[in-house]
Design a protein around this ligand. Structure first.
Ligand SMILES: [Zn+2]
Ligand SMILES: [Zn+2]
Length: 163
């Protein structure tokens, strides 16, 4: 989506009161700057948007990269579009090129479950942590993760007993 259209769509949310985070690790809380209305300040990173001549660009409220980062987290269709552009439907595991692919978090987002807002690891939510997987590979990965989780749970219980 072009940044101009993106900006317009987001004007409604500008200066809105900050919502309480519901703790959903799939949708991390937006930063304070998202709700702060200062001309020329990026709503995502909170830094000023500087023009080539070194002055502040008061007409903008997003850095282009920041808008991308934002959309990859909060808009699954945009997330898919960015991944399609990068991987072109090629499974990152077996190399097959397919139109039926899934968007997978390399390090699973569930690892951020229960983490406090200030301790969230934002690298989990970036494009670098996303990969294209064909359906069979995705299924295999998900199954192995469930398996791991169970194992971890058992280990945890095990340690607890010893404490
Ligand atoms: Zn920014
Ligand atoms: Zn595959």
């Amino acid at each position: 989506m072009p940044l101009s259209r993106f900006g317009r769509r987001h004007e409604r949310t500008f200066g809105k009161e900050k919502e309480e985070w519901d703790g959903d690790f799939r949708k991390p809380p937006k930063p304070d700057s998202y709700y702060t209305k200062i001309k020329g300040m990026c709503r995502w990173c909170g830094k000023m948007i500087i023009k080539e001549d070194g002055t502040i660009n008061e007409r903008k409220s997003w850095h282009e990269d920041c808008a991308t980062e934002y959309m990859i987290i909060y808009h699954s269709r945009e997330q898919r579009a960015h991944l399609r552009k990068r991987d072109r439907g090629k499974c990152n595991h077996c190399g097959v090129i397919t139109r039926r692919w899934d968007c997978d978090h390399i390090r699973p987002l569930v690892e951020q479950k229960g983490v406090k807002a200030k301790d969230l690891d934002w690298s989990y939510y970036k494009l670098e942590n996303l990969q294209t997987l064909c359906k069979p590979c995705h299924r295999k990965k998900t199954n192995s993760e469930v398996h791991l989780k169970k194992k971890r749970k058992l280990n945890f219980k095990g340690t607890k007993q010893w404490q």
